[in-house]
Design a protein around this ligand. Structure first.
Ligand code: ATP
Length: 313
């Protein structure tokens, strides 16, 4: 089995009395985007800061490329854009790229970076004169300059307009296409679904779900059908029901089978809608679930789906 690029083993991190990460175990990579989801304060930035060696765990072990994240040789193969970055305002874009390039033995050509992150035409601009979105694209692009094996991106597209966000996605995809690995945090569910092969959900510093976007979604939220009808007969396969205005909502594991049952029953209905849950709904369900004190992984799922992957313990 290919060894992970980064590994957290039973890691906790406190700030004074505040517990930011609580017994987290996680293997990262290689070769995909791992999306780290969680409400504000869940511990995402703390986890990233541990992987890149900016912080040390209070308990447990963190490995980067099989060694210590504090070792500069390991960090050289790491790219990172933290949540907040400061660019030297009076330097031009090209000067910043050249300056960062000199830290690496085999950096990407500047032209490649400018192209990948939609920065062409801005080379001669002082970074202080760039718009917030342009500055962010440059900051994100710099993380890829040293041809890293692993890139940590903490909310890379916050504040970007739609086309700037797509430019960053394209940059990320082209890096993944060349075999790279990314640990990404974002509050945009659409972004998580578009980019991530694997989603890990943190809540109160614990891993509460881990799987493909589809697995996390299906495990956390129920499928349903809804329609207008005065009454609903007893139907096989219904695991819950509610009334929303004039609509009947029936929850089930198998919406196709339930629609067949409904039609077979002969009960009159109109306006049938089959609902597949989204990652956003799943996330809201997970957020609303209580995490028990003695279970490090918690249990995000009302009813875990078969095959729901690797809830880390
Ligand atoms: N330097 C610090 N000193 C004290 N508490 C901190 C520090 N850094 C983080 N925390 C606390 O640790 C917890 C986790 O914070 P962290 O920034 O890792 O969360 P996050 O998931 O990245 O949040 P967000 O989505 O808002 O960026 C929070 O309660 C936060 O207030």
């Amino acid at each position: 089995m290919t060894p992970p690029l980064a590994r957290l083993h039973n890691v906790s991190r406190s700030y004074g009395t505040a517990l930011a990460l609580d017994r987290v175990s996680l293997d990262i990579g290689p070769g995909a985007v791992l999306g780290l989801l969680g409400p504000n304060g869940a511990g995402k930035s703390t986890l990233i800061n541990l992987v890149c060696g900016l912080r040390r765990p209070t308990r447990g072990e963190v490995e980067l490329f099989g060694g210590s994240p504090q070792d500069p040789r390991r960090r050289r193969a790491l790219g990172m854009t933290p949540q907040q970055t400061g660019l030297p305002e009076t330097l031009r874009v090209r000067e910043v790229i050249d300056f960062v390039s000199r830290h690496y033995p085999d950096p990407l050509p500047a032209a490649d970076l400018l192209e990948r992150f939609g920065l062409i035409g801005l080379e001669k601009r002082q970074t202080g004169s760039l718009s917030g979105g342009q500055q962010r694209r440059l900051a994100v692009g710099l993380a890829f300059l040293g041809r890293p094996d692993l890139v940590l991106l903490d909310e890379p597209t916050t504040g970007l307009d739609v086309s700037a966000r797509r430019a960053v996605w394209e940059g990320i995809r082209s890096y993944i296409g060349s075999g790279g690995t990314i640990l990404l945090t974002s509050h945009y569910m659409e972004e998580m679904e578009a980019l991530s092969e694997r989603i890990v959900v943190l809540k109160h510093g614990r891993v509460v779900a881990d799987g493909t976007p589809q697995e996390v979604t299906e495990a956390a939220s129920r499928r349903s059908i809804s329609f207008q009808a005065d009454e609903v007969p007893e139907l096989e396969g219904v695991v819950g029901r509610e009334r929303r205005g004039d609509r009947q909502v029936l929850y089930t594991e198998d919406t196709d089978a339930l629609v067949r049952e409904l039609v077979r029953s002969g009960a009159p209905f109109t306006g049938l809608d089959v609902h597949r849950p989204s990652l956003e709904e799943a996330f809201l369900e997970i957020e609303a679930e209580a995490v028990s004190d003695d279970d490090p992984a918690g249990d995000p799922t009302p009813e875990p789906a078969a095959g729901t992957a690797e809830v880390s313990r």
